[in-house]
Design a protein around this ligand. Structure first.
Ligand SMILES: [Zn+2]
Ligand SMILES: [Zn+2]
Length: 155
């Protein structure tokens, strides 16, 4: 797992909801109420999420937070490398934690997101490199397909 920067003591995998303020501080970001609320919501959710849904979750953390503030906060967190985005299907890009660069798959029927096994992705990246010398950097775009639930429902 890649580290965000050398000052970060813990890997993203170890980040918990209670670390929100510390994460902001170690990234040189003032721990304002909205930033803490948005980050806590994302840490609690744990996966890639669209900004509108993240706004709803941030409301649970801080009921007075405005939608525009959430969007502005997402770009501040993004500039600091605390969050990043991933494109999944034709919808809006999804927000995820900065170091969370796993490859995801999006279902083209229900829009559901699945995290692909890191081991399988690593093997794929290695084999592609051996075969054609190309170093893939998966994580910025999701793969598309049919999730298990939709496949079962269709049969
Ligand atoms: Zn992008
Ligand atoms: Zn599906």
């Amino acid at each position: 797992m890649m580290r965000l920067n050398d000052e970060v003591a813990k890997d993203v995998d170890d980040w918990s909801v209670d670390d929100a303020e510390e994460i902001l501080r170690t990234h040189g970001c003032r721990a304002t109420g909205p930033r803490v609320a948005v980050l806590r919501a994302l840490l609690r959710h744990g996966g890639p999420i669209d900004a509108a849904s993240l706004t709803t979750l941030a409301h649970h953390e801080e009921p007075s937070i405005h939608e525009a503030t959430v969007y502005r906060t997402i770009s501040v967190l993004s500039e600091q490398g605390i969050v990043t985005h991933v494109h999944a299907g034709h919808g809006p890009s999804l927000v995820r934690l900065g170091g969370d660069h796993g490859l995801i798959a999006v279902c083209r029927d229900c829009g559901g997101i699945a995290e692909l096994p890191a081991e399988a992705v690593r093997a794929f990246v290695e084999q592609a490199h051996e075969a054609i010398g190309f170093t893939l950097e998966p994580g910025h775009f999701a793969l598309e397909g049919i999730c298990a639930g939709c496949a079962a429902g269709a049969s």
